[in-house]
Design a protein around this ligand. Structure first.
Ligand code: B12
Ligand code: SF4
Length: 473
C-alpha cells in the first residue's frame, strides 16, 4: 500500500523570493501522529509544502491524506483534485474540513471531522476491506494507547524546532474567536495524555530543546504538576503556551521553570477589558497584565505576547497603546493579528448575522487581512495599524527600550538577541531556510533561551507571592 501524506502551504510560505522563518519552525505533527496508525508494511511519504517543493509526479499513491487549514484550503483542494483524477483514494481532515464539511467533501472520497485518533484507525480498517464511509465524525476523545508519532518521516534538518510535541488536546476555556469549540464539537474539548505517556514521549526526543504546541499546557493543574515534576532533572529547555490566569496561579509556574520552561506564549489578546468580555475571554478580564509579565520575568521566562486588533471596542489608537504597553513591560516578542472570524466559531456566526463578513476568500483569512467590517475603525486603518504595530514594536529603539527594563546585563543581552534574532535577521533566516539546514541554528536558540549558559533557578523570594495571592484571590 502506497500512502502519501501532505501538509499544503499557504501561498506566502512557498514564495520563491522570501520565506518567513515561522513556516520552518514546526514539522507536521498532526500527520506524523496519524502515520503512527498505518500498517508496518505501508510505504509512506510525508510532504510538508512549507519546507519543500511538493513532488506530485511520482508513482500514483493508493491513498492520499491531506491536512487542511483555512489558509491552505484552496491549495489542498487543488492537490486533492489532482490525485482523484489520477485514481488515488483521497481523504481530507483537519480544522477547516471540520468547519466546512460540505465544501471539503466536494474534493474528497472521505472527510474527517474533529481529531483523528478515534476515526482514523476505524477508517483504515474499513478502507482495506473496501467499505470506507464518506464521512467520519470523531466522538470518542482519548489519548491513551497512542502509537508512537512517526517522527522518522519528518525531515528534521528543515525545521528550527523539530522537537515540537503535544501532550493534550484542546483547552478548558471557550473564547468566541477560537477554533476550539467548533473543532471539538460532539465530544470532550480538553483532555490530556497520562503523565507517564507524556514523559515517555519526551524521553524519545533527541537533544535538549522542546516546544509544547498544546493550546494550554497548564490547563489541567494535576496533569501539569505531574508533568513538570517528572521533567525536573531531565535537563530539558522548553517553550510553551499558557493563559494569563495560569501564570498568576501560585506555584505552577515555578514548577514549570524548574522543569526547564524558558519562554511562554501568552494570549493577552487586547489591553481593553470591554473587548475581553465581549469575546468571552473571561480568564483575562480584570487581570493585571503588567503583573503577569513581571512574574514571568522574575523567574527568567521570556514572554511571547499575542494580541488581536479590530475587536469592536478598538479605535484607531489601539495600535500605539498596545505597542507602548508591550515595550514598556519589557515583552521580548509579540505576535499581532487582525481579528479573523473563522467559520464555525461563535464570532463568525455573530458577524455573519450582523451582515459584516466581507467575502469567503479563505486565502486572505490569514490574520493579516481584514475580512469583516470593523466597528470603531475602517478596514484601511486596521490593516495599516497592524503593520505599523509590527514595525514599531520591532524597531531597534523599541527593542533597546524593552531590553533596558531588565535589571542585569545578561538579561538585557538575552532580550536583544531573542527579539532581534526573530525579526531583524529575517533575510539571514531566508538564506538558512533555502540551504535546508535550519536545524543548525538550534544551538543558537538554546543558548539564548538558557541566558547564554545561565541556569537561572526559580528563586521563591523573588516571586512576591503575597502580591500574586492578591491578584489571583
Ligand atoms: C503549530 C501551528 C502552526 C505552525 C505549523 C503548522 C503545522 N506544521 O502543522 C505555523 C507556525 C506554520 C502556523 C502557521 C499558521 N497558523 Co497555525 N497553529 C499551530 C498550532 C499552534 C498547533 C498545530 C498542531 O501541530 N497541533 C497538534 C496536532 C497533533 O494536531 P493537528 O495538527 O490539529 O492534527 C490533528 C487533527 O486536526 C486531525 N487531522 C488533521 N488533519 C487530518 C487529516 C485526516 C485525514 C484526519 C483523519 C485527521 C486529521 O488529526 C490530528 C491528530 O488528532 C495550532 C493550534 C492548534 N491547537 O491546532 C495553530 C492553528 C492551526 N494555526 C492557525 C492559523 C490561523 C495559522 C496562520 C494563518 C497564522 C498566521 N497569521 O500566520 C498560519 C498559516 C497556516 C497555514 N500553513 O496555512 C489557526 C487555524 C485556524 C483554521 N481554522 O484553520 C490555529 C488553530 C490557531 C488558532 N487558535 O487560531 N501554525
Ligand atoms: S484560551 Fe486560547 S486555546 Fe483556549 S479557548 Fe481561548 S483562545 Fe482558544
Amino acid at each position: 500500500m502506497r500512502v502519501m501524506m501532505i501538509l499544503p502551504a499557504l501561498t506566502e510560505a512557498t514564495s520563491p523570493l522570501f520565506r518567513p522563518i515561522k513556516y520552518s519552525l514546526f514539522p507536521p505533527l498532526g500527520l506524523a501522529t496519524l502515520a503512527g496508525y498505518l500498517p508496518a508494511d505501508a510505504e509512506v511519504t510525508l510532504q510538508d509544502e512549507h519546507v519543500t517543493r511538493l513532488r506530485l509526479d511520482g508513482p500514483v499513491p493508493d491513498l492520499v491524506v491531506i491536512q487542511v487549514y483555512i489558509t491552505s484550503a484552496r491549495r489542498a483542494y487543488q492537490i486533492a483534485d489532482h490525485y482523484r483524477a489520477l485514481g488515488s483514494y483521497v481523504v481530507l481532515g483537519g480544522l477547516h474540513v471540520t468547519s466546512l464539511p460540505e465544501e471539503a467533501a466536494a474534493h474528497a472520497d472521505t472527510i474527517f471531522l474533529g481529531p483523528g485518533e478515534d476515526t482514523w484507525p476505524q477508517f483504515l480498517q474499513d478502507w482495506r476491506r473496501g467499505a470506507a464511509r464518506p464521512v467520519y465524525r470523531s466522538t470518542t476523545r482519548t489519548l491513551t494507547h497512542l502509537p508512537p508519532v512517526r517522527r522518522d518521516l519528518i525531515q528534521r534538518q528543515c525545521y528550527l524546532v523539530p522537537n515540537s510535541i503535544v501532550v493534550s488536546r484542546g483547552c478548558p476555556h471557550h473564547c468566541d474567536f477560537c477554533y476550539k469549540d467548533a473543532f471539538f464539537a460532539g465530544g470532550k474539548s480538553f483532555y490530556t495524555q497520562t503523565v507517564d505517556a507524556a514523559l515517555a514521549e519526551i524521553d524519545r526526543l533527541p537533544g535538549r530543546h522542546l516546544y509544547f504546541l498544546d493550546d494550554h499546557l497548564f490547563g489541567n493543574r494535576r496533569f501539569a504538576e505531574g508533568l513538570f515534576d517528572g521533567m525536573t532533572g531531565m535537563g530539558r529547555l522548553w517553550q510553551a503556551a499558557g493563559t494569563v490566569d495560569s501564570v498568576l496561579a501560585p506555584d505552577l509556574l515555578e514548577r514549570a521553570v524548574a522543569a526547564g520552561l524558558r519562554s511562554l506564549f501568552v494570549g493577552f489578546e487586547t489591553v481593553n477589558d470591554t473587548n475581553l468580555a465581549a469575546q468571552r475571554k473571561r480568564q483575562n478580564v480584570g487581570r493585571d497584565y503588567a503583573a503577569v509579565v513581571r512574574r514571568l520575568h522574575d523567574v527568567g521566562v521570556m514572554v511571547n505576547a499575542s494580541f488581536v486588533f479590530g475587536m469592536d471596542d478598538d479605535g484607531p489608537d489601539v495600535f500605539d497603546r498596545t505597542v507602548v504597553w508591550a515595550v514598556e513591560a519589557g515583552i521580548e516578542t509579540a505576535t499581532f493579528h487582525i481579528m479573523t472570524p473563522y467559520p464555525g466559531t461563535a464570532l463568525y456566526e455573530r458577524m455573519q448575522a450582523q451582515g459584516r463578513m466581507l467575502h469567503r476568500d479563505w486565502d486572505l483569512y490569514d490574520t493579516r487581512h481584514v475580512v469583516f467590517r470593523p466597528h470603531g475603525l475602517t478596514a484601511g486603518q486596521l490593516e495599516a495599524g497592524y503593520w505599523r504595530a509590527y514595525r514599531d514594536f520591532y524597531r531597534w529603539g523599541s527593542i533597546w527600550r524593552g531590553a533596558s527594563t531588565k535589571d542585569t546585563l545578561r538579561g538585557r543581552l538575552r532580550h536583544l538577541a531573542y527579539a532581534g534574532g526573530w525579526k531583524k535577521f529575517e533575510p539571514l533566516w531566508n538564506v538558512v531556510i533555502r540551504s535546508r539546514q535550519v536545524l543548525h541554528a538550534l544551538p543558537l536558540l538554546e543558548a539564548v533561551l538558557s541566558g547564554f549558559g545561565e541556569r537561572r533557578p526559580a528563586e521563591p523570594g523573588r516571586h512576591r507571592p503575597e502580591r500574586v495571592a492578591e491578584l489571583v484571590g
